[in-house]
Design a protein around this ligand. Structure first.
Ligand SMILES: Nc1ccn([C@@H]2O[C@H](COP(=O)(O)OP(=O)(O)OP(=O)(O)O)[C@@H](O)[C@H]2O)c(=O)n1
Length: 372
């Protein structure tokens, strides 16, 4: 039997990028042979094994043919006669269909190295259409490699468009679309994921709450990537131009985790206030702290503040004044958190009056900061 390194590891090595996961293909083996060599079988739908020492994935070379709807409707042949070339043919992009042998030679029947050189994301064969998730994968790779100058080959974009217009993207699970979307948000050009999906007419089933073409959203996401923002901040920026209801509807559609959805909702609720130079008096600042629960969720509040700074910057709000406002917010929150609750309670206030007294003390603390 022969073993080859395949997929992302070979691609990334050729691109001079760090390699994280290594996937292997085994030609000329049977499950029995693999088990006899100490591998453990993990694949349910197709024969994939874990190496006894490295725990890396070794898959028997296979062909696949779609026989029904959905994720699992594949007929798979992983017999020892399946060749490396056949296995590479079923893969999505030529740059992902290059193999490397144990001796280090490159096997590249579909010219992935040419496409790396000329920076094309190109499908390997018509088998591309058998997995509708690939529309989203290609958009993700476009977001990842845009800064290197990669583009989608016109014939691949055509194929993506016809897959989208056939309506089959709606049969994907929300979980799978969400995984591609969240990974794309963390790429170096996240805005490209959305422009590719718009261009591929792949918008309607999964992104209908979001405007298809939105220069501001692109700008937000570009800045978020430059500032190395976290996933939740990028989700918040994606949603912050929507109404809170629409933001929540989209989060439900994609099954965005609750904490990220809650942050996206807050981002959208308050973001229009940052389109111009925000003017905070003590009262509006206290309301902002209360509504964002900055008392208990301070880290989330500061994450949101960074999100709103991007919104403000993108609307050309004066940077110097913005910095001063953000500085005041930091100081005001610190001061308002320091009020002496024990002293308030020791005055003997009861029931709802306690809450009022705390609010009053916090307001005074903020006024002191803003007055200075
Ligand atoms: N829908 C899919 C998923 C995977 N693959 C193939 O399986 C390989 C491994 O898939 P995966 O680990 O998902 O992607 P990587 O290419 O390794 O990319 P990443 O760096 O994002 O993990 C890909 O390179 C590609 O050859 C495919 O053809 N179609």
């Amino acid at each position: 039997m022969q073993v080859y390194l395949v997929g992302g590891a070979v691609r990334d090595e050729l691109l001079g990028r760090p390699v994280s996961d290594r996937d292997w293909v085994v030609v000329g083996a049977t499950p029995q042979k693999m088990l006899a060599q100490g591998f453990t079988q993990v694949g349910k739908d197709f024969p994939v094994f874990l190496h006894p020492k490295t725990r890396e994935e070794y898959a028997l070379a296979r062909t696949e043919r779609k026989a029904g709807k959905g994720y699992t409707g594949f007929v798979c042949d992983a017999s020892p006669e399946v060749t490396l070339e056949q296995d590479l043919l079923r893969r999505d992009l030529t740059i992902n269909a290059i193999a490397k042998s144990a001796s280090g030679s490159i096997i590249d029947p579909y010219h992935g190295q040419d496409d790396i050189r000329h920076k094309w994301l190109r499908h390997v064969s018509d088998a591309f259409i058998e997995d509708p998730l690939r529309v989203f994968r290609v958009a993700r790779f476009a977001a990842r490699f845009a800064h290197l100058g990669f583009n989608i080959a016109p014939e691949t974009l055509n194929l993506m468009q016809s897959m989208a217009s056939s309506g089959e993207l709606k049969d994907l699970s929300a979980e799978r679309v969400w995984q591609e979307t969240r990974r794309s948000l963390m790429e170096s050009s996240p805005q490209v994921y959305f422009s590719v999906l718009a261009e591929a007419n792949a918008w309607q089933n999964w992104f209908s709450e979001l405007p298809q073409h939105d220069g501001l959203r692109s700008q937000y996401l570009k800045l978020a990537a430059e500032q190395q923002m976290c996933e939740e901040q990028r989700i918040a920026l994606l949603c912050c131009n929507l109404s809170p209801d629409k933001a929540m509807a989209w989060c439900r559609r994609l099954k965005v985790p609750n904490s990220a959805a809650a942050m996206a909702k807050l981002a959208s609720r308050f973001s229009s206030g940052w389109h111009t130079l925000p003017s905070f008096n003590a009262k509006t600042m206290l309301t902002l702290f209360n509504d964002c629960d900055a008392w208990r969720k301070e880290a989330r509040f500061f994450s949101l503040l960074a999100v709103w700074q991007i919104v403000a910057e993108s609307h050309n709000v004066d940077g110097h004044t913005l910095k001063a406002i953000v500085g005041n917010i930091h100081k005001a929150l610190t001061a308002a958190k320091k009020i002496d609750i024990a002293a308030i309670l020791s005055t003997g206030v009861q029931g709802p009056a306690i809450k009022q007294a705390i609010e009053h003390a916090r307001l005074e603390a903020i006024e002191n900061i803003l007055g200075n």
